[in-house]
Design a protein around this ligand. Structure first.
Ligand SMILES: *Cc1c(COP(=O)(O)O)cnc(C)c1O
Length: 362
């Protein structure tokens, strides 16, 4: 008996999450300066954070001896989104609320359904809670809702959907998701992960929050990590019926979002100029990268977030050569996509650096 064997088999079966390569690590490995590196690997906001959020963080440094009070952010979200405060669950990043959903509804003997090539946290959260993973084959790299419905078993309690999805960028029209929810057994809780919702063009958006009234088994999750530029502060949230939110809040660590994160999120949420700038920059960058990879004769998946997923036959080799050129993107072998690279949409100059390095690396 080893110490590791004292842990349940379902914990030992977890493969750890692989983050995008940090800039400092590549700088050390290659002996090059941090400033010469372009990181387009973790879907971070190339504009940084909202200046209003920055000011709020600096002001909140006075007061760090106090435990956090999450009331103001909870109330702000409830008011702006037209929900009751009892329907909001704050998380240390939305990753945290995904985990809370799994802990509330899964246990050994229960299962969760998700799509192949979906966000890596779904199997992690499922397995951490002892749930069994039911991975469903993808359709054109996106969620196959009919197959996901067919995969639901009597012991299935959770079903994960990312819309748009990461790392594929695929998007399900909202009417299809709504019809799917309506046809699903009521004892399956659906987590609808809307981390990239803010990057959808207006024509593709829908009032999914109104669905919370129709589907008591729905959890919608959102994050401050992407368009709000606060990935390093770790703030996300879930919206659900009061009943579900109450359960999630019972297992939530009381102080899971820290003072700086709370202050930044409150300021960032209403910084409409920064959000609009981030959105516009992303649309222009998307066109730039899509046009650039097409010129190089490469195919890409339809992009709906702040990244483009490109088909690159020798992705591993190309990735190595990009790293040598100081450009970090995300190889997707771990997502079952060994011939794809995911590139985060950066500043115009960063996108150009990527395209030039890619042309040489091919
Ligand atoms: C980035 C991302 C999140 C957000 O993660 P945080 O923990 O909020 O930083 C959630 N879901 C998906 C699909 C993502 O890509």
């Amino acid at each position: 008996m080893t110490i590791a064997e004292l842990s349940p088999a379902y914990i030992r079966a977890i493969s750890p999450y692989l983050p995008g390569k940090p800039i400092t690590e590549l700088a050390r490995e290659m002996g090059i300066s941090v400033d010469s590196i372009v990181k387009l690997a973790s879907n971070e906001n190339p504009l940084g954070m909202s200046p209003k959020a920055r000011a709020a963080v600096l002001a909140a440094v006075s007061g760090l001896e106090r435990y956090p009070d999450n009331h103001d952010l909870t109330r702000l979200l409830a008011e702006r989104l037209g929900l009751a405060m009892e329907q909001v669950v704050l998380g240390n990043g939305s990753n945290d609320v995904l985990d809370l959903a799994a802990r509330v509804f899964l246990a050994p003997g229960r299962s969760a359904v998700f799509s192949r090539h979906a966000f890596a946290v779904y199997p992690l959260a499922t397995m951490s809670a002892g749930g069994e993973c039911i991975e469903v084959a993808a359709k054109d790299y996106g969620h196959d809702l009919d197959a996901m419905r067919a995969a639901v078993r009597p012991d299935t309690r959770l079903l994960w959907i990312a819309n748009p999805n990461n790392p594929t960028g695929t998007f399900l029209p909202h009417e299809e998701v709504k019809a799917f929810l309506a046809a699903l057994p009521a004892d399956v809780v659906v987590v609808l992960d809307e981390a990239y919702n803010d990057y959808l063009p207006p024509a593709l958006r829908a009032d999914t929050l109104s669905w919370l009234l129709l589907f008591p088994n729905l959890i919608i999750t959102r994050t401050f990590s992407k368009v709000y530029g606060l990935a390093g502060l770790r703030v996300g949230y879930a919206l659900a019926s009061g009943e579900i939110a109450d359960l999630m809040n019972r297992v939530r660590q009381p102080f899971n979002v820290n003072n700086l994160g709370l202050a930044a999120a409150i300021a960032a949420f209403d910084d409409h100029v920064f959000i609009a700038d981030s959105f516009e920059l992303n649309r222009r960058g998307m066109e730039q990268i899509v046009a650039g990879v097409k010129r190089l004769g490469l195919d890409h998946l339809p992009a709906h977030g702040n990244f483009v997923t490109v088909h690159v036959p020798d992705a591993a080799g190309v990735n190595q050569r990009l790293l040598k050129a100081g450009v970090i993107v995300r190889p997707l072998k771990g997502y079952g996509m060994p011939e794809h690279l995911r590139v985060t949409i950066g500043l115009e100059s960063e996108n150009e650096r990527f395209l030039e390095a890619l042309a040489k690396a091919l």
